[in-house]
Design a protein around this ligand. Structure first.
Ligand SMILES: NC(=O)C1=CN([C@@H]2O[C@H](COP(=O)(O)OP(=O)(O)OC[C@H]3O[C@@H](n4cnc5c(N)ncnc54)[C@H](O)[C@@H]3O)[C@@H](O)[C@H]2O)[C@@H](O)CC1
Ligand SMILES: Nc1ncnc2c1ncn2[C@@H]1O[C@H](COP(=O)(O)OP(=O)(O)O)[C@@H](O)[C@H]1O
Ligand SMILES: [K+]
Length: 521
């Protein structure tokens, strides 16, 4: 699913209005109908008071039009106009007239003295600001937002939580609606997936208002939200007359005394992802544990006892996953550095492998073509230097991936894979995955995909998606706290099967949950 910026949404509106021969008012009516249907199908006409706070632009227009539909269906509606400007949009004014024709007069709020009591059993509908917010809200509007946030009422935001910009950091985090649910028009917004702003979006769903599909399909976007519908076309089925040689050989290089488990996790994950052969390259202390834990993997031992000191092997791997549990021994750093400098085999670099690159940036230019880096946020900082906010972090990550022509997997609650100037946002995963070894599993899965011949970007996208999906399936039976990295490996088969499950909802309606309960991609 493409993630559009504000200008692209306005362009798509304009184009749709022209192509479909409709007015902007009719488009707003579509949005209002979708919003109404969503609410009506859940409340079924219950008596809950609905406090609708509407701005004076088109987001407010959506709110006022929604209020009319709710009134017509007998809901207990309390509409308010947040009168933050004299410049009202045409379609807002139209909808105000229609509401008044139905003898409903919203209460106008002009300053912080007017703030209404909001009972905690009410539902607040936030239609104050949408994607048109272009400067920080006035102080009294910030107070209103704080008042809504303090009410404990369930809060449903229209399009985007009010107070959040779509294309830059929030100015005052106290001035943003904390939304329990966001009904986002046509597509989710980038800011739902970035940690600084995503925390204001507990759950979201996109409402399709029928913007011109051909126009949307042709528009090139900086970001894409990756669900199984984006991945399935790239899936390669297993052919009958094939053998393990067709699915490549993954070599996992890593481990040190006390950290052999990281290599075991990555190696098993590569096998489970479908690699034909997996060899694990470890220091001597890793031989026995690996051979006894993972009979399917071959083990190659370094001459070092507790750490890798001199990487040498006589197999011909398709891909190398490197860095998990390596440690920071000086000899290890040197041999890894020399190895990266010399090899032409694509690498998936994780953990200490990334840290070594951060310490020796001259190696970045030597990375083999088609390589993948999988830093978590701490490792990313070492690699890129610090950033001021999420937008700056994204810009740095994008430029890094462009400069060194690598796939940069920026691991987070919503992992973003960067390649050739685009960011691919993953839709799966949950907080249970914040557990030791989870990243080792991911690196193994990605390498397992590359070993089967998937290009680096596709392998990273599949890997990140299935890793998260496996976590989502695993927590269903155990909750977040109990999830172990090995559960991610064990459930990978179920994650593959889930790729082919018949959808419960069309892709446009797929939602995400940023809080408790995992995502539903
Ligand atoms: N294709 C779509 O996505 C559609 C979107 N619609 C709605 O239209 C919204 C966008 O509407 P608008 O462009 O009118 O913008 P908003 O309603 O988000 O904002 C209202 C206006 O207030 C002004 N403003 C911005 N920041 C301000 C501030 N801090 N204090 C005071 N005034 C400020 C701006 O001039 C802005 O146009 C969307 O979020 C969505 O709800 C729908 O009506 C129809 C179709
Ligand atoms: N809150 C979360 N929601 C979704 N995924 C998460 C969350 N926390 C961690 N993850 C995922 O778990 C993995 C953790 O990786 P990492 O920090 O490298 O673990 P380790 O170093 O222990 O192997 C990443 O893929 C990350 O995206
Ligand atoms: K809003």
């Amino acid at each position: 699913m493409k993630i559009f910026n504000a200008q692209q949404i306005y362009d798509a509106d304009k184009w749709t209005i022209q192509r479909q021969g409709i007015s902007s008012d009719e488009l707003m009516e579509r949005a209002a109908m979708q919003l109404f249907n969503w609410i009506h199908s859940r409340l079924q006409g219950g008596g809950t008071p609905l406090y609708i706070f509407c701005g004076i632009g088109n987001n407010g227009g959506d709110g006022i039009a929604l209020a009319r539909h709710l009134v017509e269906h007998g809901y207990h509606v309390m509409p308010f106009v947040v009168n933050y400007s004299e410049t009202r949009s045409k379609d807002f004014l139209h909808n105000m007239e229609r509401l008044k024709e139905r003898k409903v007069w919203p209460v106008f709020l002009n300053d912080a003295d007017d703030l209404p009591e909001i009972p905690k059993e009410a539902i607040v509908i936030d239609a104050i600001f949408g994607i048109g917010l272009n400067r920080p809200p006035a102080d009294w509007v910030v107070k209103l937002i704080q008042h809504i946030n303090g009410s404990q009422a369930f809060t449903l935001s229209v399009d985007i939580p009010s107070g959040m910009f779509v294309d830059r950091p929030v100015a005052d985090y106290n001035g943003v609606i904390q939304a329990n649910f966001v009904l986002s028009i046509q597509a989710p917004k980038l800011v739902f997936f970035l940690p600084e702003t995503g925390r204001f979006v507990n759950q979201w769903q996109a409402l399709d208002i029928g913007l011109d599909p051909a126009f949307l399909a042709e528009m090139s976007t900086d970001f894409e939200f990756i669900t199984k519908y984006e991945l399935l076309p790239a899936y390669r089925s297993r052919e009958r007359f094939t053998h393990k040689g067709h699915y490549g050989h993954t070599l996992v290089i890593g481990g040190s005394l006390g950290k052999i488990g990281a290599v075991a996790l990555a190696s098993k994950a590569a096998l489970k992802a479908g690699a034909g052969l997996v060899s694990s390259y470890v220091p001597q202390c890793g031989l026995v544990p690996l051979q006894s834990q993972l009979p399917e993997a071959m083990v190659i031992v370094d001459q070092g006892e507790g750490a890798i000191t001199n990487i040498k092997f006589d197999v011909a791997p398709t891909v190398i996953a490197m860095g998990m549990g390596l440690g920071t021994d000086d000899n290890t750093k040197k041999t890894v550095g020399d190895f990266i400098e010399d090899t032409e085999i694509p690498v998936v670099l994780d953990a200490d492998g990334v840290n070594i690159l951060a310490q020796k940036p001259e190696l970045l230019l030597k990375l083999p073509a088609g390589s993948v880096l999988t830093p978590h946020i701490g490792e990313l900082k070492r690699l890129l230097g610090d950033w001021g906010n999420d937008f700056e972090k994204c810009e740095k990550a994008k430029n890094f991936s462009l400069q060194y022509d690598v796939v940069l997997v920026m691991k987070d609650a919503y992992t973003i894979c960067w390649y050739k100037g685009r960011g691919y946002i993953n839709s799966t995963g949950n907080p249970g995955m914040a557990t030791a070894g989870s990243g080792d599993v991911l690196a193994g899965i990605i390498a397992g995909f590359m070993s089967q011949g998937y290009d680096a970007l596709t392998a990273a996208l599949f890997g990140v998606y299935l890793h998260g999906s496996s976590g989502d399936i695993a927590v269903e039976g155990m909750g977040y706290q109990a999830l172990l990295a090995s559960d991610l490996v064990d459930n990978l088969g179920n994650a593959f099967l889930a790729l082919f499950e018949v959808p419960q909802a069309p892709p446009q309606e797929s939602g995400g949950q940023n809080g408790q309960g995992g995502n539903q991609a």
